[in-house]
Each structure stands twice: as structure tokens, then as C-alpha cells.
Design a protein around this ligand. Structure first.
Ligand code: ME8
Length: 645
């Protein structure tokens, strides 16, 4: 990873219309890992998070409670700040859009854009979606409803102020094309490029006060407040000091990473980047839009009553275990489904069994065979010594490369390979047998040193993910507080373990979580549910029959509902050299917006068929019979058009 002197990372600022949930925790924990990692590398870090407090959603939430918006915001902000504390988040700043420093910067931004003739007044007639706070054109709305949230829209005609966003369409497109890592992951980059293929309109950046008063007043027209999205996006420059503290601003800007969820990709990739262009400011280096958490396959929302409270999970299962789970379970750009069973399994297998066991058995060995002290450094010649040394020595570079790509789960997987290798090493070396043979004393010392040194390196590299557990590991290994030390790379070189330090075996790092045993009847019921009447296997085919099918990787570039066909969606799928139009019976399971950017498997040489008057040029693979259970997709990113065997 290149080592800039400064590393500025942001999360979205969260709406205070409701309490935080697992999705908010996800982005914030991911940003925290990167911030901590960069501090360990010796970089100067600014890690910003905060709350988005203006606009209709917050005003409505306050009205419902019969209190003033700011009183409402003050209460909810506390729950976001508490969550940061609970999850051990190391943010350097927390910005609220109701703070004076932010309001001043928004006013300065509006003034600059106005003076640069980037804002104009016009009367606009369109369809307004109140929950989303945005206008749609006649063409965009679907059956009188918002194409985004599917709630009814209302016709509105009013004078407003517009930012000349359309003017920057080509410049933005070119920037994305020239800078491969600018929008990540690749699927999201393609999604934005697809969006920019259509004409980019201007952006309405005002709301008349008679309709919405809870916002920052436009400096050039006191009858209007600023559109909440423009207000919110400006937080990324108001916190480091734009328009107020030039030295600080220039020190931190441009940001290295804006981390967001995929729901707010367009507002960041298009609204924000064009605003920066209009202000003449450099663009952030990377915008990463991660995937979406669902609960048992369903969208989480207050109205469904299925919101997962992150503070409860952290309290029940442990902060570090929860942080580990979030980043290990799902590749960062992909969607994930939350379930407590999966969380518990992950904790028991990776944390209690793998890392917990490794530490506890190593400490026991040191107590028994090394007078409770860290062993002397010895060079081992056995192939297994060298294998473990190489794996541990190479670990920093691998983790570094994965974190550069924000591939948290891959970084953790690499660390766990070393942990598993160290456990196998102990089993193979059987130090308890070596201890019985006086002639094997030196071999025993070698085994102790190799194991302890591997764990020491592991403890350094898990620090950003699980700061408390890493500190406790270091403490038990007799090392002083490793987590606060910089020079991570140097600390991860083999052979740095100081000899003769007293170790202090303590409480178990990650106690095993007892799972309630299901009764036989429950077990049978759940097995029956899972395997309910599977369809009989069809007659055998030959390998030649199978080879006739041309299965390809496709990326969904566009998806829309088909009028009068409840179960069907019309998809535009990119299969490398060509685009296929496919009619798929998956509308009961997926909303069109869930599919954009998804990598799917298609049968590319299926005879085209006409469905509801539309030609379908291929078929998607999915689990399930008449009822679709899940689309077949990939664990890793794969290029469109790749063949599948
Ligand atoms: O959009 N899965 O705020 P917000 C994964 N104020 N991430 C999730 C998630 C889920 N189910 N739910 C929420 C806003 N998130 C604006 C942002 S920024 C200038 C203004 C995370 O409270 C994810 O990061 O709705 C998502 O982008 C963000 O919370 C939306 O938070």
C-alpha cells in the first residue's frame, strides 16, 4: 500500500430519523479498521463520521413526536455517538450538520457556486417523492410511484434553484475512465458509467421554506433552504475546514476514501463529484460502495420490525467478535444476509476454536516447558518450520494488499491461514512428546519459538479488526501494549519476539458460545423444511449433452419491471462482447434495483423465446422451482463473458 503522510477516510453521515442499526455499524466498523490500520502504518489519519440532521425525514420524525427537530436530533445523535463508543470506533471527528462550522461551510459553498454562475433559478414541474426528497420526470415514475422507493409521488410545480450538474457529465465520465480505482468495486463503477450514458440533468438544490423549513437557508434567497443532500455531502469538506481553515483543509483534502453503502452511490458518484468539480476542488481518491445487509432475506426496516440492533449484538457476543463477523462474513462489495446462527458458528469456529485455542495452548506450553517466559529465537531447519515462518513473514504484504483493495474478508482469511497452519504445526510437532525426551530439548525450544512468533505477528495484524483482543493477546504473551506501536511492517518481520518476557495466561479470548441443542422433533422439522419434497432427479445426460450448454458470467446492467407481469423482470445483461436482453421470472424475489451490478450465470446459447411480447435472449440460473429461492451468483468478482464449466 502506498504510504501517504495523510489518510482521510469518511463514512456517510447518518440520518437521525431513527436509531442506528447493523448497516450503520457495518460502514463505521469498516472505516475504523482502515483508520486504525493506517495509524499503525505511521500515517496521520483523519477519520470522520457524523449525522445528517436536516431535511424532510428528520422534520417528519420530529413532528411525529411533537418536538422541535433539533431536540429530536440531539437525542438521536446521542445513540449514534454511543454506538461509536460501544463498537470501539476511533473516529477523530464527529460532524453534525446542525453545527455552526458546517452551516458556515455550506453557506460558503452555495455562495461560491452562485458567484461562479453554477446555480440558476427556474420553475420546475415534476413528480415529487417526499420520502426520498427528490423530483422524478414523467418518464421515470412507475404507475404513479417513485421508481426508487415505490411510494406514491405528487405533481409539483415550483420555482427552485438548480446546480448546473449536467455541464460536468463528460468531465466526470472521463475522470472515472482515467482513474480505475476511483469508484469501487468494479460493478459499481460500471453502474455509474451506465448512469452517465444517459443525459445528465441539472440538480435541484433548493426547497421552498413554505414546504420545508428545516434546513440551511440559501444565502441568496431567504425563502429557500438548501436541498438536504447537498447540505449533507458538504460535510466531507466542512469537517476538515473548507472556507474556514485553509491550512487544515489543504492538509487533509482530497479524502482518500469515502465509504458508503450501495444505496447512496449516485448521490456520491455524481452529485458530489460534480459539485467538487464546480468548486474547482480535487476529487477524492476512492469512493467505495459496499453491499447491503438483509435479515433472513428481507430488507430491514422499522415498519417490518426486523431491525438488528448492533449494540445488543456487541453486548451479547462481544465487540471484537461482532466486528470480526461483519467484515469476515461477506466480501465487502457484496450483499449479506444476517442470522444469529451464522454469527455464532463463525465465532465458535474461527475465534473460539482457531485463534482462541492457538493462544491458550501456546501459553500453556510456555508455562510448562519454558518457565513461563517467551522463548529464545532459534532457527529451525525442518520443512514445517520454514513453511510456518514463510507464511507468517509474508502475511503483512498480503494483508496490506487486500486492505488496499478494501477486501477485508480476504485479509482475514490470510491471517486465519497462518493461525490454522500454526495449530497444525503444534499438532504435528507434538511438544508434549518432545518434552518427555531429554534429547529433544532443542527441538522443543524451536517449536515453542516458532509458534509464539507466529502468534505475535498474528496479534499485530488483527489489531485494526479486533483492537481489544489483540491487546489482550499481546498482554498474555508478555509483550507491552503492541497495539499502540507504529511501524506495523517492521513489527511484522520474523524474529522480533523479545526473549525472556514473563507470559501471563489469562481469561479465554473468545469463549465458546453455547448453542441451544434442538430437540429431535425440531431438528427433523427443520431438516424436513429444508429438503421439502425435492424434485426427482431427471434422467442421465452425457457429458457431451452438458457440453452443448454455453454457460456464461453476465453482469446485470439494467433491470425493470414488465408491465402487467407481476413475476417478470426485463434485464439487460452484459456478457462481455455483447448485451443480452433477458426476461426473468424473479420479480417476486428481487426488486430491479437489487440486481444492478449483480454477477449472474446465464445460458447464452438458449434458443430465444418471446415472453409477453418481449424477446428473451437467454436464461438466468436460480435455485428453486416455481418459487425462486436465490439467484446463482459468485463469491469472487469475475469478468463478464467468462465461461462456466
Ligand atoms: O443515506 N446494509 O443516511 P442513512 C448495509 N444521510 N449498510 C447499510 C444498511 C444496510 N442494510 N443500512 C444503512 C443517508 N447502511 C444519508 C447519507 S452522506 C453525505 C448522507 C449504511 O442513515 C450504509 O453506509 O440512510 C448506507 O449508505 C448508510 O448507512 C445510509 O445511512
Amino acid at each position: 500500500m502506498s504510504q501517504p503522510n495523510t489518510y482521510y477516510i469518511t463514512t456517510p453521515i447518518y440520518y437521525v430519523n431513527d436509531v442506528p442499526h447493523i448497516g450503520h455499524a457495518y460502514t463505521t466498523v469498516a472505516a475504523d479498521v482502515l483508520a486504525r490500520y493506517h495509524r499503525l502504518l505511521g500515517n496521520k489519519v483523519l477519520f470522520l463520521t457524523g449525522t445528517d440532521e436536516h431535511g424532510q425525514k428528520v422534520e417528519d420524525a420530529a413532528n411525529q413526536r411533537g418536538i422541535a427537530p433539533l431536540t429530536h436530533a440531539d437525542e438521536l445523535v446521542a445513540s449514534f455517538k454511543d454506538l461509536c463508543q460501544t463498537l470501539n470506533i476511533s473516529n477523530d471527528d464527529f460532524i453534525r450538520t446542525t453545527e455552526t462550522r458546517h452551516k458556515e461551510t455550506v453557506t460558503a459553498v452555495l455562495n461560491q457556486l452562485w458567484e461562479k454562475d453554477q446555480i440558476y433559478a427556474d420553475t420546475y414541474t415534476g413528480w415529487y417523492c417526499t420520502p426520498d426528497e427528490r423530483f422524478w420526470t414523467e418518464k421515470e415514475i412507475v404507475d404513479g410511484k417513485c421508481p426508487d422507493c415505490h411510494r406514491p409521488v405528487e405533481a409539483l410545480s415550483e420555482r427552485n434553484y438548480f446546480f448546473k450538474m449536467g455541464h460536468y457529465q463528460q468531465q466526470l465520465r472521463q475522470h472515472i475512465l482515467d482513474n480505475k480505482g476511483f469508484i469501487q468495486p468494479e460493478s459499481r463503477r460500471n453502474e455509474v458509467l451506465g448512469f452517465l450514458d444517459k443525459t445528465l440533468g441539472d440538480l435541484c438544490i433548493s426547497r421552498p421554506k413554505h414546504r420545508l423549513s428545516w434546513g440551511i437557508e440559501l444565502p441568496f434567497d431567504a425563502d429557500y433552504v438548501c436541498y438536504v443532500w447537498l447540505d449533507a455531502l458538504v460535510n466531507y469538506i466542512s469537517a476538515p475546514g473548507f472556507s474556514r481553515d485553509t491550512a487544515s483543509f489543504e492538509h487533509w483534502w482530497p479524502a482518500n476514501v469515502h465509504l458508503v453503502g450501495k444505496d447512496i452511490l449516485t448521490t456520491h458518484a455524481v452529485y458530489w463529484m460534480t459539485t467538487l468539480m464546480a468548486l474547482g476542488l480535487p476529487l477524492p481518491k476512492t469512493l467505495f460502495a459496499h453491499g447491503w445487509w438483509t435479515l433472513d432475506g428481507e430488507k430491514m426496516s422499522k415498519s417490518r420490525g426486523n431491525v438488528v440492533n448492533p449494540a445488543d449484538l456487541a453486548e451479547t457476543y462481544g465487540v471484537d467478535a461482532f466486528r470480526y463477523f461483519l467484515l469476515r462474513q461477506v466480501p465487502f462489495g457484496n450483499d449479506g444476509d444476517f442470522s444469529k446462527d451464522v454469527l455464532v458458528n463463525r465465532i465458535n469456529s474461527d475465534l473460539a476454536n482457531d485463534i482462541g485455542n492457538l493462544l491458550s495452548r501456546t501459553l500453556t506450553m510456555l508455562e510448562r516447558y519454558s518457565q513461563g517466559k517467551t522463548p529464545e529465537s532459534i532457527t529451525g531447519n525442518a520443512p514445517e518450520d520454514q513453511r510456518l515462518q514463510k507464511a507468517a513473514e509474508d502475511l503483512f504484504a498480503k494483508v496490506d494488499q487486500h486492505l488496499e483493495q478494501l477486501a477485508f474478508e480476504k485479509a482475514l482469511l490470510e491471517i486465519w491461514q497462518v493461525i490454522r497452519l500454526a495449530n497444525q504445526y503444534i499438532e504435528k510437532a507434538a511438544p508434549w512428546l518432545l518434552a518427555k525426551d531429554p534429547e529433544k530439548k532443542e527441538r522443543l525450544q524451536t517449536v515453542l519459538f516458532y509458534t509464539t512468533e507466529a502468534i505475535r505477528i498474528v496479534s499485530c495484524l488483527i489489531t485494526p479488526f479486533m483492537p481489544d483482543a489483540a491487546m489482550e493477546m499481546a498482554r498474555q504473551l508478555g509483550l507491552s501494549d503492541e497495539s499502540e506501536k507504529k511501524n506495523l511492517q517492521e513489527r511484522c518481520t520474523w524474529g522480533k519476539l523479545p526473549a525472556g518476557l514473563p507470559v501471563a495466561k489469562g481469561k479465554s479470548l473468545f469463549p465458546r458460545i453455547q448453542t441451544k441443542k434442538k430437540t429431535d422433533a425440531q431438528q427433523n422439522k427443520s431438516i424436513a423444511k429444508k429438503t421439502a419434497s425435492p424434485a426427482p432427479i431427471k434422467p442421465l445426460v452425457t457429458i457431451d449433452d452438458f457440453a452443448k450448454l454455453d454457460l456464461r458470467v453476465g453482469i446485470v446492467r439494467a433491470a425493470e419491471k414488465i408491465e402487467k407481469a407481476k413475476k417478470l423482470l426485463l434485464l439487460q445483461v452484459d456478457i462481455g462482447n455483447e448485451k443480452r436482453q433477458i426476461v426473468a421470472g424473479i420479480a417476486t424475489k428481487y426488486a430491479p434495483e437489487d440486481l444492478i451490478g449483480k454477477e449472474v450465470i446465464i445460458i447464452a446459447n438458449l434458443q430465444p423465446a418471446t415472453i409477453m411480447g418481449i424477446e428473451s435472449q437467454g436464461m438466468l440460473l436460480a435455485a428453486g422451482g416455481k418459487k425462486v429461492l436465490a439467484l446463482a451468483t459468485f463469491q469472487e468478482e469475475v469478468p463478464p463473458g467468462a465461461t462456466i464449466r
